[in-house]
Structures are given as C-alpha cells and as structure tokens.
Design a protein around this ligand. Structure first.
Ligand code: ZN
Length: 158
C-alpha cells in the first residue's frame, strides 16, 4: 500500500470528467491497489471521502466513510434518487485545503454502484454519508464544493 499525492486546486485533472471503470476490471490488481491506496491516503489526510481525480486517476471510483465499519469503495457510482429536501452542509476538501463553506445538499440520496468485489450495490444514505456521496460524485464530474458554496465559513485562499 502506498500513499498517493492529493492534487490541489487549481489543477486540470480535478476539473476533468472521469470515465467509468469496466466492471470486469474491478477485481484486477490495478483497481484493487488503487482502492487500497485511496483508502490509505484518505485516512492519512484525515478525510471522510476521496475521489479518483483527487489522486490523479481519471476513473469513476470513490471512497466513502459510510459509518457502517471500514471505509467503502464505490465504482461507477450514480445517484439514482435524491430527497426533495435539502440541508446546509459545511464542507471542506482535501484538494482545497484551509477552505470551508456552506453548500446545499440533498438530505438523503440513493446510490447505485459496484463494490470492490465487482457486485452491483444499492445504498440509501442520509446524514453525513449522504453529503459525502454528493461531494465525491461531484469530483467525478470535475465539480468542487467551492463551485456550489453559498457562504464561506473560512475564506478561500486567493
Ligand atoms: Zn473533495
């Protein structure tokens, strides 16, 4: 396992839409190693989530602290339904160090993805995991929380 370099904004990779991973590839060493390294990197940075583009991978894989044990990997994650109700979420990002702000997020989301065993999974999330899913899936589309921020609680670096 090795720690990966976390890219910092501004960076073109962070702004590039990531591509799906072939589900048949998920159990191969390359993807499994990427997942292990992303989990190690997330923990080393005290994060609760991390997305492929943040470590320079143009691939749709995220790690989420789901609150049901160890952090979990989700490959090709999609939000298939979201609550009408939104909540104010105070967020930061490993790729935008020192910056925090309020973002509106759906209170609950349902996510479909593949797990690291290559099986299709569907997960309903609320609370913090729901926020993490939305933040990390945004990363896969080249979107950062600072694009959505309504009010900074710690000013952005200029
Ligand atoms: Zn982030």
């Amino acid at each position: 396992m090795s720690l990966l370099n976390v890219l910092k904004e501004p960076n073109e990779t962070l702004r590039t839409k990531a591509v799906d991973i072939d589900p048949a590839e998920i159990q191969r060493d390359r993807v499994q190693s990427l997942i292990d390294d992303m989990i190690a990197t997330m923990y080393a940075s005290n994060g609760v989530g991390i997305a492929g583009p943040q470590v320079g991978a143009h691939e749709r894989v995220i790690i989420v602290e789901t609150g049901r044990g160890a952090a979990e990997a989700f490959v090709n994650p999609k939000i298939v339904s979201a609550s009408f109700r939104k909540v104010d979420s105070e967020e930061g990002c490993l790729s935008v160090p020192g910056v925090f702000g309020i973002v509106k997020r759906h209170k609950n989301v349902t996510v479909e993805a593949y797990n690291r065993e290559g099986q299709k999974v569907k997960m309903k999330a609320g609370g913090l995991p729901a926020i993490i899913f939305q933040h990390e899936i945004d990363h896969l589309d080249g979107v950062l929380f600072i694009d959505r921020v309504e009010k900074y609680t710690s000013p952005p670096r200029l």
